[in-house]
Design a protein around this ligand. Sequence first.
Ligand code: NAD
Length: 498
Amino acid sequence: MKPAHLIPCPFYIGGEWAQPRLAGTPVYNPSTGDVISECPLGGSAEVNAAVDAAEAAFPAWRDTPAIERARYLFRYRHLVEENFDRLCASVSLEHGKTLVESRGSLYRGIENIEYACGAPTLLFGDTLENMARNVDCETTLQPLGVCVGITPFNFPAMVPLWMFPLAIACGNTFVLKPSEKVPLTAVLLVELLAQSGLPKGVVNVVHGGSECVDALLVHPRVRAVSFVGSSPVAKHIYDTATRHGKRVQANGGAKNHIIVMPDADLPRSVEALASAAFGCAGERCMAGSTAIAVGKAGDAMLPQLVDAARSVKIGRTDTPMSQPDMGPLITGAHRDRVRGLVDSGEREGARIACDGRDARVADAPNGFYLGATVIDHVSEAMTIAREEVFGPVLNVMRMEDLDQAIEAANRSAYGNGASIFTSSGAAARTFKHRVKAGMVGINVGVPATMAMFPFTGWDASFYGDLHIQGREAVQFYTQQKTVTTRWFGGSSDDVWRK
Ligand code: NAD
């Protein structure tokens, strides 16, 4: 059923909101399957206008002192807090996260604004007096110019907040291209930015799909591209944008392994595993999607895992009245893909220990639901073991010892996160030293980093050199200048005399 009024999804270019008459793509409420908006699909005309606006705003913004730029971000942080419930409701409506999950993700986003508020100290350079005789040297960090952010559907508020607050704190201007599946929260975030009094053109929003993205990647005035999404697209972004001379950080997909040793605290490990696998309906790049049970840990934990999966209550997330443990998946097509991957596991010889494929929600028969699913005896060659599932599905693989488990995890093409549950310091140390993943957890199910640390994916989970968040992101959004200075006629003969 199509509601009478669709939620507007305007572009924001040079401080003006406009919804051009363009072909669009439906935005769903995944809890009910209803269309709630239409996301216009922009192309090079809209991209050119947004980049022009960002470029025009750059000189004045670059010359605004860092402490003044930070003041806008302090005001922005306050506005986001004031509108916290409205933003969370928007995330839950268009994405399907439970309100608890939406709140958690928005806090992570706010922490990124808070980090960016530190611009005056984050942008300190280095100085060496007398680098050579009577010659001093200093480094300064200067902004790049127009930066671009291209974001995925799974964190409608947090991922955009990973990018534009720090980019503009560093003195850049910005063009955001949110996911066409969840563009509405991004619009709200930028509305609040406009309310903070940010000068026009410093942040702009264009909507669209691949045509819009490709126009951004080749635009001669774009200096840097931050991307978060699936690995094939991340690779395309990296290849195309670097070929066109841009700096790129491109986060990709993942397949994160969690090793459970026989000496692990079992109840706590199971609780963490269930939360890592089924939290956000498994639509997280840091989801713990594969448990590797070592030795007797497998038989010990499986019944508890199945109980935990069966107890996950699914339901609508679009109303505060009904708050389930887990919401729907993003679209019907994605739900069907995840179902198909579970089917493939069964076909290829795994055992479905808890089957969520036929889950239904009585008051929302057209919502995009799938119940929590546990698949036991998964082997590495199976499709479900190799492909990113991005749904509430936990694979269980069984291994004889820690070495085998680490080697299996290391054969994954991805390298985002990996965790171990154990009470042995020696096992934990071996694991953290040898595992090929950029974010490692020890008795932690989702070792996603917070704003002050970089989000250090490896291998097919990241294309680029400088990661999103933390000091690496400051480096990404700035270029260093070294200034070597010598003044003639100065004397330092009496410098130590009082
Ligand atoms: P996606 O790759 O389909 O889309 C991401 C963005 O790229 C969107 O804005 C989309 O419009 C654009 N896009 C899609 N196809 C394109 C193409 N062919 N050419 C140019 N642009 C294109 O990803 P998604 O489905 O929105 O998000 C889920 C994926 O994101 C998962 O793989 C997940 O693991 C990943 N993700 C990774 C991280 C991380 O930090 N590593 C964080 C969140 C999500």
